[in-house]
Design a protein around this ligand. Structure first.
Ligand code: NDP
Length: 471
């Protein structure tokens, strides 16, 4: 008997919390999971919400339980599992039913799935969800891609379960087919850059100034009260304060220096390259995670080359001030890159992604949430800008912050401490604002070895240099 308004498949970390969130907002939800035993376990642990959870032990049962047109959320691992579940759902769903892929899909897969489902009568939505376990349970940021008509069919429940920023829902329809998943991918790319730059500053404080985790924590705590105020800075301070119950040492000191990745950072870098948009701070952050995974090789290289002295001899308070501004400048450059990638994709795929809306729905619920995103929303709302770096408010903020970024990068280079994302951000800024660059020489080299021709500053057309081909 149809009794649920919505269905959800995949009761892992995200799916189970999202299902509870949906139930809490007053909706009866039918749930199914590949490992069927998790279904009854989930209902048994749903506490006061148990009456709004309908456990289903097969997809047939799930389909029979949801009232048509059946909105069904997939919250399973990205990739083949999503294709398999869609194929299975096609056996049990009917025209007009709605499949919502809420995992971290590669937007290319989402576009393919839209094409495959076109003409079946089923509606498909690609939906990016950010906020981790806590966000899924109490309000994530939600980025929706699909037809506008399909959005209107699920809008009420999506807005209800999303995070709220001053009462405004942090969920929106961002454009057709892969737009939602693309924006979620770039959100994660920016998150990689944010986290990496924070880790680089932590490295300068730990290895350059010899500060302990307990000494570094209040530095981040203080920054969280200023222009860097954000969830990631806040949790960094909390992480640095925490002790390992087993040893009593700061927990951060007993964690292996090897960070994993699931793919969204890499996808951001790949798509940026494909679109011809420089996203060097994001790329540097992805590469830094790869280098982090090469622990054995890094140890061998340290033995071969010796350990860098690391020591930074400089007034601490002065350095803290510069580090705060350097992080801010790096953040501006990374966000400028991420938004430029979204803008280019929006144009390439005819999505018309509203960038002010993207920044607004990231102000709460998601991992990169911060007050800074409100400033970005204002910059994009107040007129068309080629790049965030050119918005008047950002010209002023970057003008104030970039000298510190320069100082910090040079101090780090002198000390032999790696700051790849901060360096990339600085190089991007310096390259972007250089009216006459150096690619006149690149043009000449290309013409010399490949007769590619070059443009002149004083005449139109293609020209060749006064050299003869020799290779
Ligand atoms: P979990 O590992 O906690 O859960 C994975 C779920 O996928 C389980 O329900 C699992 O079922 C199901 N599953 C795995 N393989 C298959 C398959 N072949 N067929 C059907 N079901 C399958 O993952 P998360 O909840 O963390 O992640 C789910 C999605 O959400 C992913 O796309 C992830 O990238 C995305 N996401 C995760 C975030 C996070 O912070 N964790 C944040 C934002 C998005 P079973 O119990 O049978 O193994």
């Amino acid at each position: 008997m149809a009794q649920a308004e919505i269905g959800l498949i995949g009761l892992g970390t995200m799916g189970s919390n999202l299902a509870l969130n949906i139930a809490e907002k007053g909706h009866t939800i039918a749930v199914f999971n590949r490992t069927v035993s998790r279904v009854d376990e989930f209902k048994a642990n749903a506490g006061a919400l148990t009456d709004r959870i309908v456990p289903c032990h097969s997809l047939d049962e799930l389909a029979a339980t949801i009232r048509p047109p059946r909105p069904t959320i997939l919250m399973v691992v990205a990739g083949q599992a999503v294709d398999d579940q869609i194929a299975n759902l096609r056996q049990v769903l009917s025209p007009n039913d709605i499949i919502i892929d809420a995992g971290n899909a590669d937007f290319n897969d989402t576009r393919r799935r839209f094409a495959e489902l076109a003409g079946t009568g089923l509606t498909f939505i690609g939906m990016g969800v950010s906020g981790g376990e806590e966000g899924a349970r109490h309000g994530p940021s939600i980025m929706v891609g699909g037809t506008q008509e399909s959005w209107h069919r699920v809008e009420d429940v999506i807005l209800a379960i999303s995070a709220k920023y001053n009462g405004e829902p942090c969920a929106a329809w961002l454009g057709p087919d892969g737009a939602g998943h693309f924006v979620k991918t770039i959100h994660n790319g920016i998150e990689y850059a944010d986290m990496q730059m924070i880790a680089e500053v932590y490295g300068l404080l730990r290895d350059g100034l010899g500060m302990s985790a307990k000494e570094i924590a209040p530095v981040f705590s203080k920054w969280n009260d200023g222009r860097l105020n954000s969830y990631l800075i806040e949790i960094t301070a909390k992480v640095l304060e925490a002790d390992d119950p087993a040893t009593g040492n700061p927990v951060v000191d007993i964690i292996l220096d090897r960070a994993g990745q699931k793919g969204t950072g890499k996808w951001s870098a790949i798509e940026a390259q494909k679109l011809g948009v420089p996203a060097t701070a994001i790329e540097a952050a992805v590469a830094a995670r790869v280098i982090s995974s090469m622990k054995t090789e890094r140890e061998a290289a340290q033995a071969a080359y010796g350990r860098t002295s690391g020591n930074i001899r400089i007034d601490r308070d002065r350095l803290f001030h510069d580090l705060e501004l350097a992080l801010f400048a790096g953040k501006i450059a990374a966000y400028a890159q991420g938004f430029a990638v979204m803008d280019a994709a929006s144009k390439a795929f005819d999505w018309n992604v509203p960038l002010p809306t993207v920044s607004r729905i990231w102000r709460a619920g998601c991992i990169i949430r911060s007050q800074f995103l409100g400033t970005i929303a204002d910059a994009f709302s107040s007129g068309s800008v080629a790049n965030l770096l050119m918005a008047p408010a950002f010209v002023q903020m970057m003008g104030e912050a970039h000298p510190s970024l320069r100082k910090v990068v040079s101090i780090a280079a002198e000390a032999g401490l790696p700051v790849p994302a901060l360096s990339a951000a600085l190089a991007y800024f310096d390259g972007y604002r250089q009216g006459r660059g150096t690619s006149n020489l690149i043009q000449a080299q290309r013409d010399f070895f490949g007769a590619h021709g070059f443009e002149r500053i004083d005449q139109p057309g293609a020209h060749h240099g006064p050299w003869s081909y020799s290779a």
